[in-house]
Write a protein that binds this ligand. Structure first.
Ligand code: ATP
Ligand code: MG
Length: 708
């Protein structure tokens, strides 16, 4: 143990196990009963125990290699307790929470075993609540509205509205937000709540239903020490009162806040430096030669001891080597050889033995109809208040409508008005509708909020799609009718009201189609800029293949005619509007032509000039447009639903395939290092068997050689 020399102010001869003087029982100061999870305990009846063993997360950096983010983590979280996950920035806290919550993205790969009540169950979509590090909130709502809407969405219909309101208000008060209750949340470009207040709003929404499993990523970030204390105290209180299992990553808690945690998981560079009762951590550090100086906050001390990011700035230790990496190595090794580590495994075994209850989606939530109504109201409110959603578009459309009105003012009915009418109608049905992509940033924000709420099980995709469609209808009607009327009457198209209403309805259908298309794009394409580019690209193709810029008979057969011409909604919009305008009109012949030519009928223009399909009426074109709206919305719903149901299945298949091919990317160090925890566990004689009788998991541990 020479490597320890001089590393700590009170160096111990050998790394010492903190539990040695407790006869091998892991007892935290805050944990009254180490067998809290006993079979008769009330807490185990409906609660969730989470265990993880030898969890590795790696990220592929190039073709040849992957980098480990988490390295062989083992531990548990139990009902009624709060587990604090601490460590320097970048040590893997968020990744760890993502891994446990089943929310790793496709770039990061997981190996190891994560069990919920002793069972292998997917956690995402509705079984747990997760407050992520970034706050994704609807910026136009006030705190009170946001939390109240959330309460109506999540709490069951059997609960009276007054009680839901009361719960929302009480939660707002508990999070110290009563003074900010009437303030709009705000976001990019419109300042509202402070970051700390936004954090607390996010927490409010997730604790409304008292979820059995709660992940909190940095719940106290941006909060002063007093606010942090009260927020954490309330969370600890809720955990105890409702048998909630809480895992919270925290940055530098004050000593008061630190004292609230039951267990501590201290990470450094993805490895466990310490896992156990938080009250035992000082002893662990002290016995290994790094005692917390008097009057110093213990969490400050731990983080300073294990933070390797600033090794270069620290006075070089022995032989000029950076000190912190060595300190970490010592602590990690010491922890792995401690009784504490072995007892954690024993406790995991105990949890597996007694918890064998299935975890279902959060049972208590509002019915589909309530969710649909609440979401429609919330979405309408957001669209109404967000200037960028529709109001800016209305303004732009009015300006363009006035411009069109002046450019084509009093179009008349001479021969040359045939071409002018065609150009005007095409412009309206293509370029005016393509501008609906201006609302794309707002769609993306909506989708982010939806994604967060869906993952936390607040409501389903169906309610969201329906509500989003319905709430946009009044605004789309407004932006089709007002600019439509300005253009229509300034230009002087066919004067009857029926013709104008057809024109405006077609414009409305086109706007709905473009919005639906952009929604599909936003749900498929991950980034905002890529979405904008992809959306406008698709629409560009559709306009080009719509049969105006190149007449239908001249379109190349492959791709452009079949299938694009028939799939492009612009084709039906052009044809419907052309029929609406030209049918019944008569134009004089071409004055430039030498040949004797009489008046030309509108029907003739449709057939010969624009090559419009006149086998069916303009109403069929309109009906096809509305059918397309339904199909696009169904595709949007399908994409959301597929992501929800197929993603976990694809993940499982890919992981099984990689394993079979021997390409499961656990840390390469694991293969080379016999000291890795996974290997060590098997070296110590841990034997896992999974019997299939009734889905019950049996874990046989033969602690050969370790004396437990
Ligand atoms: N998809 C990814 N691709 C590459 N590296 C990643 C990816 N996700 C995480 N990492 C890396 O993994 C490490 C851990 O990241 P993580 O966000 O979990 O840290 P953290 O402890 O939560 O940090 P903080 O306290 O700053 O939030 C970081 O070094 C990060 O750069
Ligand atoms: Mg983080």
């Amino acid at each position: 143990m020479d490597s320890l020399s001089g590393l700590g102010s009170q160096k111990a001869e050998t790394p010492v196990n903190p539990e040695d003087d407790h006869h091998g029982v892991v007892l935290g100061p805050h944990v009254e009963d180490p067998m809290h999870v006993g079979p008769n305990s009330r807490s185990t009846r409906r609660a969730i125990s989470l265990t993880w063993q030898d969890v590795w997360v790696t990220v592929r950096v190039d073709e040849n290699g992957c980098v480990p983010i988490l390295q062989g983590l083992t531990g548990f979280a139990r009902p009624g307790e709060v587990l604090a996950i601490m460590g320097p920035s970048g040590c893997g806290k968020s990744t760890f929470l993502d891994a446990l919550a089943g929310r790793l993205d496709s770039k990061r790969r997981l190996s190891g075993q994560i069990l919920v009540n002793g069972r292998k169950e997917p956690l995402a979509y509705g079984t747990s609540a997760y407050v992520t590090q970034d706050d994704v909130l609807t910026s136009t709502l006030t705190v009170k509205e946001a939390v109240y809407f959330s309460a109506q969405l999540q709490l069951p219909d059997t609960m009276p509205l007054s009680e839901k309101k009361q719960r929302a208000e009480a939660t707002i008060n508990e999070m110290g937000l009563h003074d900010a209750a009437g303030t709009r949340i705000g976001g990019w470009g419109n300042k509202g709540l402070s970051n700390g207040q936004r954090r607390r709003v996010s927490i409010c929404m997730e604790i409304l239903t008292r979820p059995k499993l709660l992940f909190l990523d940095e719940p106290t970030s941006g909060l002063d020490s007093t606010a942090s204390y009260y927020v954490m105290r309330r969370i600890v209180g809720l955990a105890k009162q409702h048998d909630m299992t809480v895992l919270a990553s925290v940055h530098q808690p004050s000593s008061e806040v630190f004292g609230l945690f039951h267990n501590l998981c201290l990470l450094s560079q993805g490895r466990t430096v310490y896992f156990g009762p938080s009250g035992k951590a000082p002893k662990f550090f002290s016995l290994n030669g790094f005692p917390c100086p008097r009057m110093q906050n213990p969490s400050d001390h731990y983080l300073r001891t294990i933070n390797t990011d600033f090794d270069e700035d620290i006075d070089p230790g022995l032989g000029g080597k950076p000190r912190t990496r060595e300190v970490n190595k010592v602590l990690v090794e010491s922890y792995k050889s401690s009784n504490c580590y072995r007892l954690i495994q024993q406790q995991i075994y105990d949890i597996h033995e007694m918890d064998d209850m299935e975890v279902h989606e959060k049972e208590r939530r509002a019915c589909f109809f309530t969710q649909f109504l609440v979401l429609t109201t919330r979405s309408f409110m957001n669209m109404y208040r967000d200037l960028g959603y529709y109001w800016m578009r209305l303004l732009t459309y009015v300006v363009i409508a006035l411009s069109l009105g002046t450019v084509f003012y009093r179009i008349g009915s001479d021969y040359y008005s045939i071409q002018a009418r065609g150009s005007l109608i095409t412009f309206v049905a293509s370029f005016l509708t393509i501008m609906a992509i201006g609302g794309f940033p707002s769609f993306v924000e909506d989708l982010k909020v939806f994604e967060r709420e869906r993952l936390n099980g607040h409501y389903g995709s169906g309610a969201f799609v329906l509500a989003n469609t319905l709430s946009s209808v009044p605004f789309l009607l407004m932006i089709s009718l007002i600019p439509g009327a300005i253009t229509y009457y300034l230009v002087g198209l066919q004067g009857e009201l029926g013709h104008f209403l057809y024109f405006a309805t077609t414009l409305f259908a086109c706007m709905m189609l473009v919005e639906s298309l952009m929604m599909i794009v936003a749900s498929v394409v991950p980034s905002f800029l890529m979405g904008l580019t992809a959306g406008s690209g698709i629409q560009g193709l559709m306009i080009l293949g719509g049969g105006f810029f190149r007449l239908p008979n001249d379109l190349p057969m492959v791709f452009w005619r079949y299938p694009l011409y028939y799939l492009s909604f612009n084709k039906y919009a052009f044809h419907g509007m052309f029929k609406n305008e030209f049918e019944g009109l008569k134009f004089p012949g071409d004055p430039a032509s030498m040949a004797q030519n009489g008046p030309i009928s509108g029907e003739n223009v449709l057939k010969n000039t624009w090559q419009v399909e006149t086998r069916y009426s303009k109403w069929t074109d309109l009906a096809i447009l509305f059918e397309m709206v339904v199909v696009y919305r169904l595709i949007f719903f399908g994409v959301l639903k597929t992501t929800e149901t197929l993603k976990p299945v694809v993940k499982e298949i890919m992981s099984a395939w990689r394993k079979q091919k021997g390409r499961d990317t656990v840390n390469p160090a694991r293969a080379s290092s016999p000291e890795s925890e996974g290997n060590k566990a098997s070296a110590l004689g841990w034997v896992w068997t999974r019997k299939t009788n009734g889905g019950h998991l049996h874990f046989e541990s033969a602690l050969r050689g370790v004396g437990i």
